[in-house]
Each structure stands twice: as C-alpha cells, then as structure tokens.
Design a protein around this ligand. Structure first.
Ligand code: FDA
Length: 390
C-alpha cells in the first residue's frame, strides 16, 4: 500500500491527524471519506442563488479556551469577531437566551436585581425541594422553577427528543444555566469567531499538502476499493473516525443517535429575523430553531440585500441510513459502548477517534484538541518507530 497512514474520515479529527503526520513527520497520508466533500459535519458551501455561506450540517460556531488549539487553528484560517447570541420566541414574544436577568425580568414583567431574581428562582424551584427527581420534567422544575422551565425548556426538549420530558431520564440534564446578569453571550470561551473565508476554505487548507491524498466518495467498508477495511487493516496504520459500532459490524448492537432534518428556504427579503439563531420553544411549532446564515457574517458586504437564506431545524431519533448527530446515550448505549471500547483496544493497527469513533458529542475545538493529543501520545511514538500502536 503506497501510504504510511490511512485516515478514515475527513472531519476536523481526521484532518488534524493527517496534517500532523504529513507536515510534522513528513509521512504520506491517505484520507478517505464516504461523502462527496471534505470536512465532515463542519462542511459549508455557498447557497447558489445568493452566495450566502450555509453550514450544511447545522450551524457551526467556533469557540475555545484552549491556547494550543487556538494557536493551531490560526495556522489555517483567520477568524472574524462574530459573537454568538441566541434568542427564543415564546407565545409571540422574543426573549434573550440563555436564561438571564433580561429573560427573567421580561418574563415576569419586573425589574429584579440579581439577588431578588436569585431568591425568586430559589422559591419557584422549591416546589420540588428535597425530592429526588425521577424524570427530566421534575428535574427541570427543581433546577429553575416551573414557570421558566415550562416556557423555555419543556416543549423544546420534548421536540428534541420526540418524547415527553416526564418520560425522559432526569440525567439528560445536570444543570440549566441561569445568569443573574444581562450577559447574553452564548459562549464563555476566551476565543470566539467564524473562519473569515468560510469553513470549507479552512478545511481545504488543512488537507492542502503534497503528502496528503484525499479520496472522496470512498467508503471504508466498500471492499472493492483499495483502502477498505479488508485491504488496509494490518497493512498500514489506520486512524478511524467513523461510527465505532459500524466498524465491528454492530456485533454488540447499534448505538443510538439523534439526527436533524433541515428545511432550507431562500426568501425575497434582505433580513428575515434580524439575528442568526431564533429558538422556538413552544409545542405548537414543529421545528426547534431557525438559522439565518447571513447574520453569521455581517462583514460580508457582497451578500445580497434583497434575499436571505433560512434553515428550519427539526430533531428526531436517527434510523438506519440517517446522519448520526447527537449520542442518545441511554444506560444500554453506555453498556454497549464499553464493549466496543474493549473490542477497539484489541484491534491492533487501528486507533479510534472523533465524535463517531468515540460515541461522544465533541465541539470542534474538542475534536481538534483530542486529535492533537492522540497524535502526540499514541501515533507519533509509533510512526517514529519508538513504540507500538496502542
Ligand atoms: P465528523 O463527523 O465531522 O467527521 C467524520 C467523517 O467520517 C465524516 O465526514 C464521515 O463522512 C466520515 N466517515 C464516516 N464513516 C465513514 C466510512 N465508513 N468511510 C469513510 N468515511 C467515513 N461544534 C462546535 O464547536 N460548534 C458548533 O456550533 C457545532 N455545531 C454543531 C451542530 C450539529 C448539528 C452537529 C451534529 C455538530 C456540531 N458541532 C459543533 C460539532 C462538530 O460538528 C464536531 O466537532 C466535528 O464534526 C467533529 O469532527 P469529527 O472529525 O470527529 O467528525
């Protein structure tokens, strides 16, 4: 096999590994992806009628407090000064999110200061004080009180899970953030922004090296292609970032995921909602949120002023053939995952990484950070000939 390393999956995890092996060690790396494009779920493209950049697999906001990751990503792209803020539309009224002093005062038609608001929420959450909540509904009430929970969380969660929260385990949420200030920045990280010339340009620069060979439309489990599981494993070290259960042919059962459906529309107006993301937490609206992509890049003065692109997001359990987005992570899933981890450890010459390979929701900075760590601690010693692949 004419390569030193095979990387399965061209998302941020796979491309970080490929970059390090090629640029740092000078090795020849083959990257395969079963999709027709590079970049995994962070992939974006310009909507053809408007030229507005659309994140194909849902809105992607970059943020990190990890200095090493920040330094690393800046090798491939600069970032705009975009700061993410989310609003939510409840019963015909728009509130700031996450729940903060602005949300509380608007909701209760009041002018509480931080201490009074804290006291109010404590009092309302006291309805179930001292009890051990057995389901998500009771847990939500215990965390922030019934009025705010029922307005902003209950039906939104029901839509996300297609399940009434009283039937969902309490452990799905451990906390519901409430801010007793007017700060409605969505992320608290040191660094935040969007790639100046888009995600795909960033991802392509990572792969742009004479030693990196990318093969799209190439499935690792298609035995008719040269970089398949049967042809590669044992012949060349492999970093696999596809679904871990698929690798073992679902021997321990399928891990469950939630997926999203997106409904995109080009509208004949320069601005539909005045902001990038609007949540819809009410039961009578079938979608969970609307993204309006032009607002991610207010600096792009070439975007048309008479048209805009919106995307409604619907959430449901993934079935076979759907894109896996968020791990469902039931107790049964966790049990299966442990068995897959044991199998993965026994798989010589293959390392499992990324969100699908570890069955873990990872933000982009986490996927990149864990790929850098895997490269340093596990891959590099092996590729330099000073240790086994483990
Ligand atoms: P990723 O899924 O990107 O890549 C895996 C690749 O492997 C895919 O391209 C897939 O086609 C390929 N593959 C799978 N099986 C294969 C096979 N058999 N053969 C060949 N190739 C195969 N993060 C963040 O920081 N901010 C945000 O706002 C968001 N928003 C967001 C929204 C939604 C809806 C989701 C689902 C995720 C986010 N993320 C995010 C997370 C972000 O998408 C995530 O961190 C990266 O996708 C992780 O990169 P990976 O390389 O691990 O997986």
């Amino acid at each position: 096999m004419n390569t030193d390393l095979l990387v399965v999956g061209s998302g941020f995890f796979g491309l970080t590994i490929a970059d390090r092996a090629a640029r740092e060690l000078g090795l020849r790396v083959t990257v395969i992806d079963r999709r027709p494009h590079i970049g995994g779920n962070a992939y974006s493209e310009n909507e053809p009628q408007t030229g507005i950049e659309v994140h194909r697999y849902g809105a992607h906001l970059f943020h990190t407090s990890n200095e090493r990751v920040w330094e690393y990503v800046n090798r491939f792209t600069t970032f705009t000064d975009y700061v993410h803020r989310v609003y939510t539309q409840h019963r015909g009224e728009v509130f700031p999110m996450p729940i903060n002093l602005g949300t509380i005062n608007q909701f209760f038609r009041s002018a509480y200061g931080p201490d009074a608001a804290r006291e109010l929420i404590r009092e309302q959450a006291g309805e179930l004080a001292g009890t051990d909540p057995q389901n998500l509904n009771d847990k939500g009430i215990q965390l922030i009180g019934r009025p705010l929970y029922e307005a902003f969380i209950k039906h939104y969660t029901a839509k996300q899970w297609q399940t009434d929260p009283s039937e969902l385990p309490a452990e799905v949420i451990s906390r519901l953030p409430v801010r007793y200030t007017y700060d409605n920045r969505y992320f608290n990280d040191t660094y935040e922004g969007l790639p100046t010339d888009g995600y795909t340009a960033w991802l392509e620069r990572m792969a742009d090296h004479p030693n990196i060979d990318v093969h799209l439309d190439t499935d690792f489990f298609d035995e008719s292609q040269p970089f398949s599981k049967g042809n590669a494993v044992g012949q060349v070290p492999v970093v696999y970032t596809g679904p871990v259960d698929r690798y073992f042919d679902y021997a321990e059962g399928a891990l469950q995921w939630r997926t999203l459906d997106f409904e995109e529309e080009v509208l004949p107006t320069g601005d539909f909602q005045g902001t990038s993301v609007m949540n819809y937490p009410d039961a009578d609206v079938p979608f969970t949120r609307i993204h309006e992509f032009r607002h991610f890049h207010p600096e792009r003065d070439w975007y048309p002023t008479d048209r805009t692109v919106i995307m409604r997001e619907f959430s449901r359990f993934a079935e076979q053939g759907d894109e896996p987005y968020y791990p469902v992570n039931t107790a049964a899933d966790r049990e299966r995952l442990l068995k897959y981890r044991t199998l993965a450890k026994q798989e010589r010459d293959v390392l499992f990484g990324g969100r699908l390979g570890t069955y873990k929701y990872l933000d982009m900075h986490m996927a990149i950070g864990s790929a850098l760590t895997m490269f340093d601690n596990r891959l590099r010693p092996f590729l330099e000939g000073s240790g086994p692949l483990e």
